[in-house]
Every structure is written in structure tokens, then in C-alpha cells.
Ligand binder design. Structure first.
Ligand code: NAP
Length: 549
């Protein structure tokens, strides 16, 4: 517990020093604001600081999983892999923190436990878990979409005699699974990455799968010097393409629909996409996969056949082949020899869909029919309380003591994903209902938007707070709902899609992302400004000056 009882006042406080937090910190620095960044970890990186499990790697290509705001940074940084692993991304963010001298403004091991709006003073009062206190005029939670780990509360875990851990809180020193019997619960993007790595090391691995995913081969490879040079020379075009592509990836449209092609042509294109790997398999093949069920089925059938061809035991292949949702109905993971892992002698796949996990015993995992798997280590790859969890896990109170949990009891509501009614001068980076996309480029645009909003407030003598209106939030909610309903993604509710909040029992389902493409999102954000900050209410409260209070 800190013995320091003074409260430091800042113009702005950023919560989180990951991709979003570092970028918005740079924006605040450019505005000349007195700001502080509070980071729960002992280093920068956010999700890339905590998720150290073996196999952790991006699913975005390295050359666009980075910042674009500084040309010199782009020129000097050398990515070595198509898909960088966790240490490589963490190293990049450390490089950025040093290069832009951001550490001087970061308090590490400063986990925000509460944030309360003081309406009389017009400021936010922030407290950390170890008792440090701060006040600020602008509060910018930049916890990222996937920070609050989620684990099903199986009874009996306290009595378990083995070791258990969640992938998102993997110890820095790693764990030794050699000679051990291991169970992995969960086959989402994380499980898919950790399973082949653990399988190689441990004595025996039991994978407990509830919903199989369509896992696309990543086809990672080291970048050659020629590729690195070509990327740097092409950067302007690459970023321009990211602005146009639906998910902020530098992938041009396929310019063809499945319906225009013969079955033979479709298969040829899919084969080529499968060899290219990554999300290019989805976006470079056809333009109708996500919106048209018939097109989706062609692609899904192709993946099911690939699974049957790769996995030697037909019964295992059938368990792995998804049949209960369309491809992209859940976020498809990229695999690094994922299906091949099930051809190992030491790996067993158990379906827990019909026969769910009931409890944890002293020795392992017990299913509803009484089957017990005795294991030495249980790895929970069970995901996150996405988007809202980073905020609802802290005691966040806005005007009139309104808690964020109450405000969002019927589902999160925002205006352009950045602001929510009742919480003045709170700007979220990455809040609910922002685009589902390659994160770094979107974080840059939102950071810039937040910077413009704060500048607008700072320059006005007539008001000093802004707050989203209910009407604007209703309209945005309707907009994002209409968008998702035009895609197969809406069908993910039945298969626990975290993109819809359906992975957490009891969480109100509401669209958590804007699925209208980043270009349309950027237009919406610009329109708010062009229309004179439409959807926001401005007020004047007591003036606040920087310095200790
Ligand atoms: P997730 O996609 O939510 O997967 C959680 C897994 O746990 C699912 O397989 C789920 O089964 C299973 N599970 C949950 N409760 C269960 C229960 N009671 N019994 C059995 N199984 C249960 O979480 P994630 O894999 O951590 O991935 C979340 C997101 O993080 C990804 O979609 C991605 O956006 C991001 N991520 C990105 C990368 C990357 O870019 N390389 C890597 C990892 C994660 P159900 O499917 O049946 O619910």
C-alpha cells in the first residue's frame, strides 16, 4: 500500500499502456497537456504484456500491426516475421515508448480500481489498487477490447491439487509442462495457438472443445530483405488500402462473387487462398462470403474438407469440423499447424458440447456423465469479458453516482464507441461499438478524434465538458445493429460469440462492435465534428487548473 497521501492533478489520465494507451498518450503530449498514463502491468504492452502463453502471435500482418503516424518510425522498424509473436510485439511497443519518451509519464503497477466523476469540481477522481489517487479533467480508459480475462466458475477449482492458469495471465518465466498431463479448455483464437505448442512439450494433452472453429492456416514465414524493402516503399499505398478495407487490413477486394463462378473456379480460388493463408483466405477469395449464406456455405464446406484431409482419425476430424455456425459467425482463428496437432499420439480431443464440464475435482476435470480426466495442469483458454469488461471491472461512476454497470445493465450503449451518457469528459479507446478490425490503425484514428475533442474543449471559453446524448446513442445502437444483421456474424449468438457478448453467461447481448467497415466508421466520426460535435451536450462547470490539489 502506498503511503503517499497527496493527490496529483492532471489535465488527462489514460488508463492502459498498450497499443491504444500509448498512441493516445502521444496525442495528448502533442496537445501540450499535462497527462499521466496508469498501467497495471510492470511494463508497456497491454494485452501483449499479459498474454505470454506459448504460441501467442498476431493474426494481423506485422507491417500493419503497428503505428503509421510517424514516417521515421515506419522506416526504421524492421519486422522479421509475417505474423510477429508476443515477444516481438512487446519489443515494438517498448521501442515506441522509448523513442517517444513516454515512460516519464507512465506509472507502472498502477491498476485503476475506481474512477468517480465529481460534478461540483468538474473532474475525475481516480484511485489505484495500491491506494494512489489522482484527479483529472479528462479520463481516457484505453484498456483495450480484450483485457478482462474470463473463466467459467466451475465448482471445485479451489480443491484442485494440480496447477491451473489462464492464458491471459501467463507467468513471465513460463511453465514447465514436460512429463506432465495437461488439459486445455477452450478452442478460440488463444486455444488454437497454445494447443500445438503445449502438445509438443507435454506428456499428454487433453483438449476440451465446446464449439469447433474454422481455423485458417496462418502460413507465417520470415520476411526476406526484399519483402521488407518492398513494404517500406509501398507504405503509402498499404495504409491507404487499410483505410478502405472493411477490417483495416491491406487486402484489396476480390472483385468477384461466388455466384459469378463455376464450382471448379471457386475451388481453384479457395485452394490458392488456403495456400496464401491468414485472413487473405477470406477476403482475397470472394466478396460475398460474409454477407451471403450460400457463398458462406461454399467456403465453410471447403474448410471442413480441408480438416478431413489433414486430420488422420475421421472421428476426430468430424469433431473439429464446425457445423453449427457459418464461417465468420465467430471470429475465425489463424492456426499454426493446429489441425496437425491432433495427429500426434499424445493429443486427445474431447467434445464437451453435449457432455459439458461439470466441475473440477482434486485430480482434474469431471464431465456431466461422470467421466474424469486426471491432469497435472489445467490451462483455461476461455477468453475475455470483451469491450465492456475493462470498464465494468472497475468502480466507475459518472454523474449522480451512476455506475457504468447500471448504465449498461441492458447492454452497452455509446456514441461512435467513444463516449457514453452520464460520463462527461470520458473518452473510451476502445469502447463498445467501435469497429471490429485490425486494431492499431483504428486506435490511431480514435486517438486523433479524442485529441480533437479535447482541443475543442480546451479552446472554448463557454464550456468545459462534453457528454453523449441518449438520442445519439440510440441512433448509433440502431446503426450498429442494422450493420451486423446484414452479415452472418449475427448468427454468432447461438455459439457464444464474444463479439456479441454471448460468451459470458448472463451478459446482456448487444452488438459490441461496428461491423460496417472502418471507412464508414471514420466517416461517422468526422461527421460528428463537421456537424458541430453532433450528439454531444456541452456544459460549463467549475474551472480547474493543473497542479497538486
Ligand atoms: P474465445 O474466442 O472467447 O474462446 C474461448 C473458448 O473457451 C471457446 O472455445 C469457448 O467455447 C471456451 N469455453 C468457454 N466457456 C467454456 C465452458 N464452460 N466449457 C467449455 N469451453 C468453454 O477467447 P480467446 O480464444 O481468448 O479469443 C478471444 C479473442 O482474442 C479472439 O477472437 C481474438 O480476437 C483475440 N485473440 C487474438 C489473437 C491473435 O490475434 N493472434 C490470439 C488470441 C486471441 P465456446 O466457443 O463454445 O464458447
Amino acid at each position: 500500500m502506498s503511503t503517499d497521501t497527496t493527490t496529483d492533478h492532471y489535465d488527462a489520465i489514460v488508463m492502459g499502456a498498450g497499443f491504444g494507451g500509448l498512441r493516445v498518450s502521444i496525442e495528448l503530449g502533442r496537445l501540450g497537456l499535462n497527462y499521466r498514463t496508469l498501467e497495471a502491468g510492470s511494463g508497456v504492452g497491454g494485452v501483449w504484456f499479459w498474454n505470454r502463453y506459448p504460441g501467442a502471435r498476431t493474426d494481423s500482418e506485422s507491417w500493419v500491426y503497428c503505428y503509421q503516424f510517424d514516417k521515421d518510425l515506419l522506416d526504421e522498424y524492421q519486422w522479421t516475421d509475417r505474423f510477429p509473436n508476443q515477444p516481438q510485439v512487446e519489443a515494438y511497443l517498448n521501442h515506441v515508448a522509448d523513442r517517444f519518451d513516454l515512460r516519464k509519464n507512465i506509472d507502472f503497477e498502477a491498476e485503476v480500481s475506481s474512477a468517480e466523476y465529481d460534478e461540483d469540481e468538474g473532474l475525475w477522481r481516480i484511485t489505484t489498487a495500491d491506494g494512489r489517487t489522482y484527479t483529472c479533467k479528462y479520463f481516457i480508459p484505453a484498456g483495450g477490447p480484450l483485457t478482462a480475462s474470463w473463466r467459467p466458475s466451475f465448482p471445485g477449482l479451489d480443491d484442485y491439487q494440480g496447477q491451473w492458469l489462464h492464458t491471459s495471465r501467463w507467468p513471465k518465466e513460463g511453465i514447465d509442462v514436460r512429463g506432465k498431463r495437461v488439459a486445455v479448455i477452450g478452442t478460440g483464437a488463444t486455444g488454437v495457438q497454445v494447443i500445438p505448442e503445449v502438445a509438443r512439450e507435454c506428456e499428454h494433452l487433453t483438449v476440451l472443445q465446446r464449439t469447433p472453429n474454422y481455423v485458417i492456416p496462418a502460413r507465417n514465414h520470415p520476411l526476406t530483405a526484399d519483402e521488407q524493402r518492398a513494404i517500406k516503399m509501398d507504405y503509402d499505398k498499404i495504409w491507404a488500402r487499410c483505410r478502405e478495407q472493411f477490417f483495416a487490413m491491406p487486402i484489396p477486394p476480390a472483385n468477384r462473387m461466388t455466384s459469378d463462378l463455376t464450382p471448379q473456379e471457386q475451388q481453384r480460388i479457395l485452394e490458392r487462398g488456403w495456400e496464401t493463408g491468414g485472413f487473405r483466405f477470406i477476403f482475397e477469395t470472394f466478396d460475398d462470403t460474409i454477407a451471403v449464406p450460400e457463398a458462406n456455405k461454399i467456403v465453410a464446406d471447403f474448410v471442413r474438407e480441408k480438416i478431413r484431409a489433414i486430420v488422420h482419425v475421421p472421428e476426430t476430424a468430424e469433431k473439429l469440423a464446425p457445423k453449427d455456425h457459418p464461417i465468420a459467425g465467430k471470429r475465425p482463428p489463424l492456426g499454426h499447424y493446429y489441425y496437425e496437432a491432433y495427429n500426434r499420439e499424445n493429443v486427445d480431443l474431447v467434445s464437451v458440447k453435449e457432455n459439458p464440464i461439470e466441475r473440477i475435482s482434486e485430480k482434474g476435470i469431471v464431465l456431466a456423465d461422470g467421466t474424469e480426466f486426471e491432469v497435472d495442469v489445467i490451462i483455461f483458454a476461455t477468453g475475455f469479458d470483451a469491450l465492456t469488461g475493462a470498464l465494468t471491472k472497475i468502480d466507475l461512476r459518472g454523474r449522480d453516482g451512476l455506475t457504468i454497470k447500471d448504465a449498461w445493465a441492458d447492454g452497452a450503449q455509446t456514441h461512435i464507441g467513444v463516449a457514453t451518457k452520464g460520463f462527461p469528459n470520458l473518452f473510451m479507446l476502445f469502447g463498445p461499438q467501435t469497429p471490429f478490425a485490425n486494431f492499431p490503425p483504428v486506435a490511431e484514428d480514435i486517438s486523433s478524434w479524442i485529441g480533437q475533442a479535447i482541443k475543442h474543449l480546451e479552446e472554448s471559453p463557454d464550456f468545459d465538458t462534453m457528454e453523449a446524448t441518449q438520442e445519439a446513442m440510440d441512433a448509433w445502437n440502431q446503426h450498429v445493429t442494422d450493420l451486423v444483421n446484414a452479415t452472418v456474424i449475427a448468427q454468432g449468438t447461438d455459439v457464444h460469440s464474444w463479439m456479441l457478448g454471448a460468451n459470458i453467461p448472463g451478459k446482456t447481448h448487444r452488438v459490441l462492435f461496428h461491423f460496417g467497415g472502418v471507412a464508414s466508421f471514420y466517416d461517422s466520426c468526422q461527421k460528428v465534428i463537421d456537424d458541430g460535435w453532433s450528439g454531444f451536450e456541452f456544459r460549463q462547470v467549475a474551472p480547474v487548473t493543473a497542479g497538486a490539489v
